[in-house]
Design a protein around this ligand. Structure first.
Ligand code: BDR
Ligand code: CA
Length: 303
C-alpha cells in the first residue's frame, strides 16, 4: 500500500479525489489536511468530515491555513457553491478534526511513518509551504510531492494563472523552489481529461457512491465543451499510474506580483536555467478516454 497524505480544499473535484483515494485498495490515506481555497477552511474541513462519514473511514483530519501567506483570500464559491459541496444532502458530520494544526499533524505523521510518504496537494499550497519553512527535514521523508495546479498554457483565473497557484502564489513559489522531487499536474493535463456526460450517466447508476458523485459533479460550475474537469482526481491517478500522464522535466518559476501573478512560467528554452536542470515534472498530456474508463472503474468498486 502506498502511504499518502492529502492536503485539500473540498471542493467538488477534491471530494471526488477523496472518494477515489479512501476507497482504493492500494492507497493508505494517513491524514487529510485542509486549507482555505474553494471555500473557507471551516467549510473545506466540514466537507472532508462529511465524506469520511459517508464512506465510514476513520482517517484523521487536521485543519490548516485560513488564508494565503500574503494575498487576500478569495474563494471559488461561484464554481463550487457556497458550501463547497452542493448537490447532495449530506448530514452534519459526526467525526471531528484533530486539535493539531495541519502542519503539526503532517509533521507527526511524517515523523512516525516507517516508509516514505507521497504528499498530494489539491488546494492552494499554504500548508505545504509552512511545513517546508518550519520542518524542512520532514521533506526528506516525502518521496514525491504531487501538486494539482499551475499551467504552462493559460490559466483559469486570469489569462495565465490557475486557481490553486493564484490563490497563494507566495506559497507556490516556496513549494516550487524547494529542492524536492515534485510533479505539477496542472490545467495542461486536467482540461484534457474532461468527465463526459456519458461517464456521468454511467456512474449515476452505480449505487450510493455513484449517485452521490453524480449529484455533486452535476452541481459543479466548471463546465467546458465536452464535459467537466475533475482536476484533483488526476493527482490520484498519477500516484497510482504515473505512466498514464506524460510529463516533461522543466524549471517552473511562480510570478508573485504584477499582471501575471499566479502564473507558473516554464523555462522551456533554458534561457534562465542550465539545460538538463529542472525543479518539476510537469504533466503535459493524458488520454481522456482512458481517464474516463479509469474513473468509472473506480466508482464501480466503491460501496
Ligand atoms: C483547481 O481549483 C479548484 O477550484 C479545484 O478544486 C482544483 O483544485 C483547478 O484550478
Ligand atoms: Ca482543489
Amino acid at each position: 500500500m502506498l502511504p499518502i497524505i492529502l492536503d485539500m480544499d473540498p471542493g467538488i473535484d477534491d471530494a471526488a479525489a477523496i472518494a477515489v483515494a479512501v476507497n482504493h485498495p492500494k492507497l493508505d490515506v494517513k491524514l487529510i489536511t485542509t486549507v482555505a481555497g474553494n471555500v473557507t477552511v471551516d467549510k473545506t474541513t466540514k466537507n472532508t468530515l462529511k465524506l469520511l462519514d459517508f464512506f465510514d473511514k476513520d482517517i484523521p483530519v487536521a485543519m490548516g491555513a485560513k488564508a494565503p501567506l500574503k494575498k487576500k483570500f478569495v474563494d471559488a464559491s461561484a464554481i463550487h457553491g457556497s458550501s463547497g459541496m452542493p448537490g447532495y444532502d449530506f448530514p452534519e458530520p459526526q467525526r471531528k478534526p484533530l486539535s493539531l494544526s495541519a502542519v503539526e499533524a503532517m509533521h507527526q505523521v511524517i515523523c512516525e511513518s516507517k516508509e516514505k510518504i507521497t504528499l498530494i496537494a489539491t488546494g492552494s499550497y499554504t500548508n505545504i509551504a509552512q511545513l517546508m519553512e518550519k520542518y524542512p527535514k520532514d521533506l526528506d521523508q516525502v518521496n514525491n510531492l504531487i501538486l494539482m495546479g499551475g499551467s504552462i498554457s493559460g490559466g483559469n483565473c486570469s489569462s495565465v494563472a490557475e486557481f490553486n497557484v493564484f490563490t497563494d502564489p507566495d506559497a507556490a513559489k516556496i513549494v516550487f523552489d524547494f529542492p524536492i522531487e515534485k510533479t505539477m499536474i496542472g490545467l495542461d493535463v486536467t482540461l484534457k481529461a474532461l468527465i463526459t456526460p456519458q461517464t456521468l450517466d454511467k456512474i449515476k447508476k452505480m449505487g450510493k457512491s455513484g449517485d452521490m458523485l453524480y449529484s455533486i459533479i452535476l452541481a459543479y460550475g466548471d463546465v467546458h465543451v465536452g464535459g467537466k474537469p475533475m482536476h484533483d482526481v488526476n493527482t490520484i491517478l498519477y500516484a497510482l499510474n504515473p505512466e498514464l500522464i506524460t510529463t516533461k522535466k522543466l524549471n517552473i518559476e511562480v510570478a508573485t506580483k504584477g499582471p501575471a501573478i499566479g502564473a507558473t512560467v516554464a523555462d522551456i528554452q533554458n534561457r534562465w536555467h542550465k539545460a538538463g536542470t529542472y525543479n518539476a515534472n510537469v504533466g503535459i498530456d493524458i488520454n481522456a478516454e482512458l481517464f474516463n474508463e479509469w474513473f468509472i472503474d473506480q466508482v464501480s468498486k466503491m460501496p
